[in-house]
Design a protein around this ligand. Structure first.
Ligand SMILES: N[C@@H](CCC(=O)N[C@@H](CS)C(=O)NCC(=O)O)C(=O)O
Length: 237
């Protein structure tokens, strides 16, 4: 198989944004850690010999290329799979949106790990409660409101983020809505009242035949609390 995806098995995480692009494009990919365990992931990260060692998964190996950083991987596959605009300005716009989604994902992660990823949630629960209150009141509405505006201001008026055809930021925005609904069901139900275009985009992506088939398959990992989007009752009061 030409594309080898290195990501933690059984976890949606940041790997999911890459999986969705492959699934929508109908391009097969080898989930190396699902097949062989996490050893190969560690091997690349610890390598002292390869020229471009990735810092953290996900990363993609295509022939001699090893591409790290979720947004960078999507920049690469998006252009090849017809999931990005063809012209440079459009490709940069897609990349810019994906980098903003990257920022959002980090903030969503930091709701449950505001002090350090090396500490258990219970060791930073008080800080997590404060951080999450701010996230729900200020940061999530600011980011999600921004994407709502991006859809509204798309000159094509297609209900998508860019142009008339589905691009990888649309798939990633779908995953952001999925994650927010899982982690913060109460807060997200309130937020969604001001996000009609984002919700419509989510529903449209969910119905795309290849995405619908993927979501129903055992390739789609379930949500759980070893992931970026976690459901802690203490954080969604
Ligand atoms: N900015 C990177 C972040 C990569 C990242 O943080 N990966 C996580 C898994 S989702 C990880 O394993 N991190 C290990 C670490 O930060 O030490 C991206 O968007 O791909």
């Amino acid at each position: 198989m030409r594309y080898k995806l290195y990501y933690w098995p059984g976890v949606q995480g940041r790997g999911e944004y890459v999986r969705l692009a492959f699934e929508e494009a109908g391009v097969s990919y080898d989930e190396v850690a699902v097949r062989r365990g996490t050893g190969p992931i560690m091997k690349f990260m610890k390598s002292r010999t390869i020229a471009h060692p990735p810092f953290a998964p996900p990363y993609l190996k295509v022939g001699a290329l090893i591409i790290g950083q979720t947004a960078n991987i999507l920049h690469y596959v998006g252009a090849r799979f017809g999931l990005a605009p063809k012209e440079e300005g459009g490709r940069l716009w897609a990349h810019q949106l994906q980098l903003t989604i990257t920022d959002f994902i980090k903030e969503a992660h930091d709701t449950h790990h505001p002090i350090s990823g090396n500490l258990y949630f219970e060791e930073q629960k008080a800080a997590a409660i404060r951080r999450t209150a701010d996230f729900k009141k200020s940061r999530a509405p600011k980011f999600l409101g921004y994407f709502e505006r991006v859809i509204a201001q798309n000159p094509a008026r297609s209900g998508l983020t860019i142009g008339r055809r589905v691009t990888y930021p649309d798939l990633s925005l779908f995953q952001v809505v999925e994650g927010m609904r899982y982690a913060f069901p109460k807060a997200m139900a309130r937020l969604e009242k001001k996000l009609p275009l984002t919700v419509a985009l989510h529903d449209r992506i969910a119905k795309r035949p290849r995405i619908a088939a993927y979501l129903a398959s055992d390739r789609r990992p379930p949500f759980h609390n070893h992931d970026i989007f976690r459901r802690y009752p203490a954080l969604d009061r």
